[in-house]
Design a protein around this ligand. Structure first.
Ligand SMILES: Cc1cc2nc3c(=O)[nH]c(=O)nc-3n(C[C@H](O)[C@H](O)[C@H](O)COP(=O)(O)OP(=O)(O)OC[C@H]3O[C@@H](n4cnc5c(N)ncnc54)[C@H](O)[C@@H]3O)c2cc1C
Length: 405
């Protein structure tokens, strides 16, 4: 039965949902039409070619920020839920798709992809279909990146990552799992061996609280990678207000822990998707805002109250700590999820390639200045973003690689 949402779509000539809202410019009106006509296979193919991770992004995108929030019907507060239709089409199509050589542009070219997350998976599809011999390297034993080792299974079924593994194996794409570039093999060696190298190594290095005792805290990313390896005790405090914090607290609560999120600003300032905050509350997670940690002690954390201050000149509101408000809050485990950055240790022997902030210097399209056949994409160069933005960035890099080779 057709989803009535498709009938509400106005099929705009200049669709803001696709052109302004979606980082990969999903051809929404074309797919809506195909869907209405019952041409699901064609719609699936169109979506997959544009964004090989469409089955995933239709589930995990923050739609309010992207397509849904840009729908022209938003003025009447009735935007079309395109993502439901996208999931209906792509959620099944992915398991039927077989990779094929569509063009021969990169025939005879050997390309290495470092990182088998959204960047590596989508770039592998496009580069293979352009004729290249593709080899993937990942420090983790299996493909998926954050999709497999970060986002919990109750939000994203791992069958989508499995589907890529099967599809790639059938196509002869080689995967070297458990191989860390910079440790097991050097970037210079890859650059010498392959015609092009694309680095999509994500942003996995967690920031620490930088307060006394912070070594007692457990980082959320390793916890999310394998929650069963951690024994959290009865009461857990999670510090942070982003997606990682929400996934960590919702995972802890599923382990039977009394779980609290402490955040130094207000709910409106939380970078997490508001829907996820609501879902965490529905799961039973409790929140305390305006709380800044100042010391981690045995058995708990010392917090200090914060408040918002509106400058008299009407400038930007600032959150400040209120001295003299220290209070100790007991917990068995403190999980921190404050932010992550890329780990550039694979560039350790090439300091000249880094800019003043310690990041690789890149030109448009993502090519590393000074390494003529190495490109970067996704969280590795953007910092922590989203799946769909990683795919968009991979597309930019693939376009640049096609042009260069
Ligand atoms: C817990 C969590 C929840 C999230 N939830 C959402 C969400 O709901 N919606 C959304 O859109 N986005 C979400 N994100 C963000 C999103 O997952 C990322 O933006 C996206 O995965 C980035 O893709 P990527 O390919 O750049 O990197 P990643 O997915 O991080 O993949 C990088 C891969 O590179 C590998 N690697 C790293 N270093 C090396 C090395 N030296 N050698 C070999 N391999 C290496 C890693 O093992 C990893 O597999 C979330 C992120 C996290 C951490």
């Amino acid at each position: 039965m057709i989803n009535n949402e498709a009938l509400r779509c106005l099929l705009c000539k200049k669709p803001k949902c696709a052109l302004q809202g979606c980082p990969v410019h999903t051809p929404i009106p074309e797919c809506m039409l195909l869907y209405r006509e019952g041409k699901l296979e064609e719609a699936g193919e169109l979506l997959f070619r544009n964004n090989p991770l469409t089955a995933v992004t239709s589930l995990v995108c923050d739609w309010q920020q992207f397509c849904y929030g840009h729908c022209v019907l938003n003025v009447k507060k009735m935007p079309v839920r395109w993502y439901e239709i996208e999931q209906e089409i792509s959620g099944e199509y992915l398991f039927r798709h077989k990779l094929e050589r569509r063009t021969r542009e990169l025939s005879g070219k050997r390309i290495a992809l470092v990182g088998a997350g959204p960047v590596g998976l989508s770039a592998a599809v496009w580069l293979y279909e352009a004729g290249a011999d593709v080899t993937l390297y990942d420090a983790n034993p299996r493909m998926g990146g954050v999709l497999r080792y970060g986002i919990p299974a109750f939000r994203l079924d791992k069958k989508y990552c499995d589907a890529f593994e099967k599809m790639f194996e059938a196509a002869g794409i080689v995967f070297h799992g458990g191989v860390e570039v910079g440790r097991d093999i050097q970037l210079a060696a890859l650059s010498a061996e392959y015609d092009a190298v694309l680095l999509g190594a994500g942003a996995e290095k967690p920031a620490t609280l930088r307060i006394p005792g912070d070594e007692k805290a457990v980082q959320a990313l390793p916890f999310l990678k394998d929650p069963s390896a951690f024994s959290l005790g009865k009461k857990v405090i999670v510090i942070g207000g982003g997606n990682v914090a929400m996934d960590a607290c919702r995972t802890a609560v599923r382990q039977g822990c009394e779980t609290w999120v402490y955040y130094r600003k207000t709910f409106e300032n939380m970078p997490a998707n508001p829907m996820e905050v609501e879902e965490a509350k529905a799961d039973g997670v409790q929140f305390r805002v305006f709380q800044a940690p100042v010391e981690v002690k045995e058995g708990g954390v010392v917090f200090r109250d914060c408040e918002n201050v509106v400058p008299e000149d009407g400038g930007r509101v600032v959150t400040r700590i209120i001295e003299g408000t220290d209070h100790f809050v007991e917990c068995d485990t403190l999980l921190t999820a404050i932010s992550e950055t890329p780990d550039f240790h694979m560039f350790k022997d090439m300091p000249a390639l880094m800019n003043e902030w310690g990041w690789p210097d890149v030109e448009e399209g993502g090519r590393v200045k000074g390494l003529s056949n190495v490109w970067v994409a996704g969280d590795f160069i953007l910092g922590p973003k989203t799946v769909v933005e990683a795919v968009a960035s991979a597309r930019e890099a693939v376009t640049a690689i096609l042009a260069a080779l």
